[in-house]
Design a protein around this ligand. Structure first.
Ligand code: SME
Length: 168
């Protein structure tokens, strides 16, 4: 549970704008996919107190996700597309905004303290799935439409930037 109350929408948006400027500067000219995911996970994780696990799962085939760079406690290494919140995001290519993980059928609990989660697909402009960005919180209903909009914008930008990068 975060000690500080969740930020209001305007404060949340301001923090996203600020961290996106930092990520843009850090990734300037960067062509390595792993380095980019590691930087994004680190910057996001250390910006928001309600982010308790932040990381990527890479789409290594048409039905399997394998863990990528992350921040937080250990995450499960492999997730088939037919399991968990991450699998649902990979299968549907839609963001999964989960206010209560205990009410999500098949949620995979890498930590017993996780209460809410958001998972956003990283898609190329021609709709190839590169990865999913997974963020867990120990706070209930920690993520809202502001988080979703900004994380989708970030993942769209990553999909464009690495569309030509062999990630499998
Ligand atoms: N909760 C995710 C699994 C990944 S761990 O949380 C890092 C899921 O249900 O897919």
């Amino acid at each position: 549970m975060s000690l500080s109350p969740p930020p209001a929408a305007s404060e949340r948006a301001a923090r996203y704008e600020d961290v996106f400027r930092r990520i843009e500067a850090l990734l300037d000219g960067e062509t390595d996919w792993i380095a980019a995911m590691a930087t994004v996970a680190c910057e996001l994780h250390h910006t928001f107190a309600y982010y308790h696990w932040t990381g990527f799962y890479r789409a290594v085939s048409d039905d399997l996700l394998v863990i990528g760079p992350y921040q937080g406690g250990h995450g499960c290494l492999r997730i088939p597309f037919d399991r968990g919140v991450c699998g649902a995001a990979a299968r549907t290519r839609q963001t999964q905004l989960v206010p209560d993980v205990d009410r999500f059928p098949g949620h995979i609990a890498c930590s017993s303290t996780t209460r809410s989660e958001i998972v956003v697909p990283v898609l190329t402009p021609d709709d190839r799935l590169l990865a999913v960005l997974d963020v867990d919180s120990d706070d209930p209903a920690a993520f809202d439409e502001t988080d979703q909009a900004y994380l989708e914008r970030l993942c769209r930008q990553l999909g464009v930037r690495f569309a030509a990068t062999p990630v499998r």
